[in-house]
Design a protein around this ligand. Sequence first.
Ligand code: HXC
Length: 257
Amino acid sequence: AEYETVLVEQRGRVGWITLNRPDALNALNAQVSREVSHAAAAFDEDPGVGAIVVTGSERAFAAGADIKEMEDMTAERMLATDHFGEWNTFAAVRTPVIAAVSGYALGGGCELAMMCDIILAADSAKFGQPEINLGVIPGMGGTQRLIRAVGYYKAAELILSGRIMDAAEAERSGLVSRVVPAADLLAEASALAESIAAKSLPSVYAAKAALDTAMETTLAEGLAHEKTAFAALFDTADQKEGMSAFREKRPPEFRHR
Ligand code: HXC
């Protein structure tokens, strides 16, 4: 497929999606949402891809939804066109997605990072939901996902005040799994993505689905989901391979699918 706002590339078993609207600090307009979602869905359908990395530039992961595109919108058109609906496709991929964040991840940029499974941050990263300064609120999941990531009180402060936090605070808060020197960000993301992509795909899909379930449901329902998913993996060749490799003290050779 031809893309204009993102660079899409497969390296080994890892799919890379690089936001590429440098003039707008990677602001997320309708075309970006279509292209990112399309690229992620295509990688998701390819069993040769076991992990996806989404990244931006050194200066900005994404500085938000495109304010200039939204400025003249009406409520009627927002609802009728489901302005951010395309992102549901992105959020629904089964393949693990790593957000490699350098620079600004604000508003929709922070929300895009939170649609991913793992957030790695450069020490230069800045996270926030500044929509309140524009007379609106987060609209791509921020009010819901930030609370689940950092807890009610921290999320409330950030969303109500619009304050931006640095990478160290984001890591302390549990939003970011690791902070690395900016120069190492892509190499670290690549190594992490490759390590995930080397696992058995059915177990990786099952793990992501179980994690997603935990975000959505009660403990009892989540444990029931886990029990079923765990049992189902015992019908995969990769489970037999993984466990016999352990017994034989050798690395497993997963079929992936
Ligand atoms: C459109 C944007 C943009 C955005 C930056 N740009 N962010 N365009 N939408 N979200 C554009 C600028 O207009 C400018 O282009 C160029 O990118 C460079 O930005 P500058 O402001 O000149 O850079 P700098 O001075 O370094 O400041 C960086 C910044 C600032 C602090 C990140 O750009 C900023 O505050 N951006 C907006 C952050 C924000 O409010 N995000 C939330 C968006 S709302 P030109 O051509 O003008 O020079 C959102 C909510 C979704 O995401 C749901 C709401 C319904």
